[in-house]
Design a protein around this ligand. Structure first.
Ligand code: IPE
Ligand code: IPE
Ligand code: MG
Length: 222
C-alpha cells in the first residue's frame, strides 16, 4: 500500500506478541500466567484495530520454532489457544471480525485445528477486519510450501491479503523471528520495550502515530 504525499496508508498491521513469559517471571508467576494475561491485550488491540479502521491484523500466536519449548508449555499453548477461540468467537462475530488461521496444519492436534476451522467457517462472511492468527506459522515454511506449488506470491497461505504495512514487536527484542518474511519485505518496523500483557489499544494507536510520520519510498525517491 503506497501513498503519494501525506500520511502513509495503513491497512495491514502485524504483531509479534512477545514477552509473556518475562511478564510472569517478573511477578514470580509461572509462564502460563503470562500467556493468560496476554489474552486481554490481544482483544483490546482487536478493539483498537476496529476503531482505527484497519482491514487486516495479523498476530503471531505460535511459531514453527515454538515446538522446541518444554512440552508442558507447548501443551498449555495449544489448549489455551483452543479455549480462547471458543470463548471469543461469538464476540468477534458480533463485531464483524473474520478469524483466519495461517500456518502449517501438521503437527497441530486435530481438536485444535477443528476449533480454528469452526471459528473460520463461523466468521467467514465478515469483511470489516480480518484477524489473521498465525499458528504453527513460519515464514520460511510458508515460502517453501508456496514454492512447491509454483509462484510464491500466488501460493502464500492467504494470497488475497496485502503486504504488511507495519510490524509491531513488544518486549524489546529487535528481530522478526521468522514472521511473515515475504509479506513484510517493505514493512515499517516498530519496537517497544513494553511486554505483551501490558500492551493495549492505546499502545497500538501510539505505534500508528509513529508510523504516520514515516516516509515509505519502496526504493524510489518518495
Ligand atoms: C510470546 O511470549 C508468546 C509466545 C511465543 C507463544 P513468550 O512466551 O515468548 O515470552 P518471553 O519472550 O519468554 O518473555
Ligand atoms: C516469536 O516469539 C513467536 C511468537 C510471538 C509466537 P519468540 O519468543 O518465540 O521468539 P524468539 O525465540 O525470541 O526469537
Ligand atoms: Mg519470547
Amino acid at each position: 500500500m503506497s501513498s503519494s504525499g501525506g500520511d502513509p496508508a495503513v491497512g495491514h498491521v502485524a504483531i509479534i506478541m512477545d514477552g509473556n513469559g518475562r511478564w510472569a517471571e517478573q511477578r514470580g508467576l509461572p509462564r502460563s500466567k503470562g500467556h493468560e494475561a496476554g489474552e486481554r491485550a490481544l482483544f483490546d488491540v482487536v478493539e483498537g484495530a476496529l476503531e482505527a479502521g484497519l482491514r487486516y491484523l495479523s498476530v503471531y500466536a505460535f511459531s514453527t520454532e515454538n515446538w522446541t519449548r518444554p512440552s508442558d508449555e507447548v501443551e498449555f499453548l495449544l489448549n489455551f489457544n483452543r479455549a480462547l477461540l471458543r470463548k471469543r468467537r461469538d464476540d468477534m462475530n458480533e463485531r464483524g471480525v473474520r478469524i483466519r488461521r495461517i500456518g502449517r496444519r501438521e503437527p497441530v492436534p486435530r481438536e485444535v485445528l477443528d476449533e480454528f476451522d469452526q471459528a473460520e467457517a463461523f466468521t467467514a462472511h465478515h469483511t470489516r477486519l480480518d484477524l489473521m492468527v498465525c499458528f504453527n506459522y513460519g515464514g520460511r515454511a510458508e515460502i517453501e510450501d508456496a514454492a512447491k506449488q509454483g509462484s510464491i506470491q500466488d501460493n502464500l497461505y492467504a494470497p488475497d491479503v496485502p503486504d504488511v504495512d507495519l510490524i509491531i514487536r513488544t518486549s524489546g527484542e529487535r528481530r522478526l523471528s521468522n514472521f511473515l518474511l515475504w509479506q513484510s519485505a517493505y514493512a515499517e518496523l516498530y519496537f517497544t520495550d513494553m511486554l505483551w500483557p501490558d500492551f493495549d489499544r492505546h499502545s497500538l494507536f501510539e505505534a500508528l502515530r509513529d508510523y504516520s510520520g514515516r516516509q515509505r519510498r519502496y526504493g524510489g525517491l518518495g
